[in-house]
Design a binder for this molecule. Structure first.
Ligand code: ADP
Length: 402
């Protein structure tokens, strides 16, 4: 079975074609600068990367070019697009209604477009990617896989804010979370490494990337996660502030003369690691500065590590104990300095940190960060959201055929 996974952004459309019998990626790439001057497709297959320059005015044209390239006699990998059994779409927000992978029809497309207030940056491009596929290859089933879905099992006392209930009733203001596909994927792997069933353990998964979130999983279900109504809540991130007293917004408006939209923009795009270091949101830059003893970089790492520790502590309490913890995503997988700062501060949980292992696990590989006699094992686990989406797509499409 072959599945094409599509991740549509506002001006880009990333794709991976999986052979799900082997879970191997047989081609992948990115259509970039869609709707802008100089659009092109970067396509990689059989170890060769090809750049194809072509005017791409919308997502449908990008999908057409991708499908044409996949069947191309020279650089393609399949003979006909009919070899693609399904297309799986990454969708950032499913609102309250979409809590599991869903087969696309016109209602789904209309509903997802309506979620623009919940995912202002992603809702329209995500739906444009789906519409493009439906237009260009109507015979292939499209499946939406939602970043919010895994968090739909949170209890009401965890997802509600302490504001008047009418805002939840009238406008669905509540916590939704994000990165759900990744948390579920690494959570399942963590349980596998621990040799326990995913649906019979208590786990904390730390997805630390440019956007970051931590999730508490009990018996295979999310019971709490650090991102909220939008991805602004929770940890300190690349450019987002994470948890903050909401009154700061009004105060800054008064002091600076900026309006609410401008201050909100600052909290989303100019804060976090970028705001603290005043130089970069990228952990590679910050680690280079940290190695030279740069004070702002040290502070940024300390602030991030402190907040991760606080969330782990909070979720250990929420779960009433924890059996295993893991780190994943760009920073979680690649920044041993940060993992050390977090894990040396969790002795009260009985965690015995293995410093040598932490610094010697090769990048991109999974490994154990604690010693054998640690009360709780902590792993680094590579996330693979595309493979997770492909798996969910296969499951739904296979059930349809039964
Ligand atoms: P997102 O998917 O949220 O855009 P990623 O999970 O790709 O983000 O994480 C991006 C972050 O990971 C960046 O801060 C980047 O610097 C960091 N990162 C990626 N590779 C490395 C590395 N080799 N060393 C340190 N940090 C890294």
């Amino acid at each position: 079975m072959k599945v094409l996974v599509v991740n549509a952004g506002s001006s880009s459309l990333k794709y991976q074609l999986f052979d799900m019998d082997t879970e191997e990626v047989i081609a992948k790439g990115n259509a970039e600068r869609i709707g802008l001057d100089g659009s092109f497709l970067k396509h990689k297959a059989k170890g060769v990367e090809t750049i194809l320059s072509k005017v791409l005015t919308n997502h449908a044209e990008a999908i057409k070019l991708i499908l044409d390239t996949l069947v191309d006699a020279q650089i393609g990998v399949i003979k006909s697009i009919d070899e693609i059994d399904a297309i799986g779409h990454r969708v950032v927000h499913g609102g309250s209604e979409y809590t599991k992978p869903t087969l696309v029809n016109q209602k789904v497309i209309d509903d997802l477009r309506g979620l623009v207030d919940f995912a202002p940056v992603h809702a329209i491009p995500n739906t444009d990617g789906i519409i493009g596929c439906v237009q260009v290859a109507p015979q292939i089933p499209n499946v939406t896989v939602f970043d919010t879905a895994f968090h739909s099992t949170m209890p009401d006392y965890a997802y509600l804010y302490g504001i008047p209930m009418e805002y939840y009733r009238d406008y669905a203001v509540r916590r939704y979370g994000a990165h759900g596909t990744s948390h579920k994927f690494v959570g399942q792997k963590l349980a596998e490494y621990m040799g326990v069933p995913f649906d019979k353990c208590k786990l904390i998964t730390c997805h630390i990337g440019n956007g970051s979130s931590i999730t508490a999983i009990k018996d295979g279900k999310c019971i709490d996660t650090s991102m909220g109504f939008t991805p602004l809540e929770g940890l300190i991130m690349g450019t987002r502030c994470g948890d903050i007293d909401a009154n700061v917004i009004q105060f800054l408006c008064k002091k600076t003369g900026l309006d609410v939209n401008q201050v909100t923009d600052i909290l989303n795009k100019k804060s976090g690691l970028l705001g603290i270091t005043e130089r970069s949101s990228d952990m590679r830059d910050i680690c280079a500065m940290y190695e030279k003893g740069d004070k702002a970089a040290v502070l940024a790492l300390e602030m991030l590590a402190y907040r991760i520790k606080k969330y782990i502590g909070a979720y250990a309490a929420a779960l009433d104990g924890v059996d295993g913890i893991c780190f994943t995503a760009g920073i979680g997988e690649n920044t041993p300095e940060l993992r050390e700062m977090v894990l040396t501060g969790l002795k009260y949980l009985g965690i015995k940190f293995d410093k040598d292992a932490n610094y010697s696990i090769p990048r991109g590989e999974d490994g154990l960060l604690t010693s054998k006699d640690s009360a709780i094992p902590v792993y680094v686990i590579s996330t693979n959201e595309e493979l997770a989406i492909a798996k969910e797509t296969v499951e739904l499409v296979s059930n349809l055929k039964k």
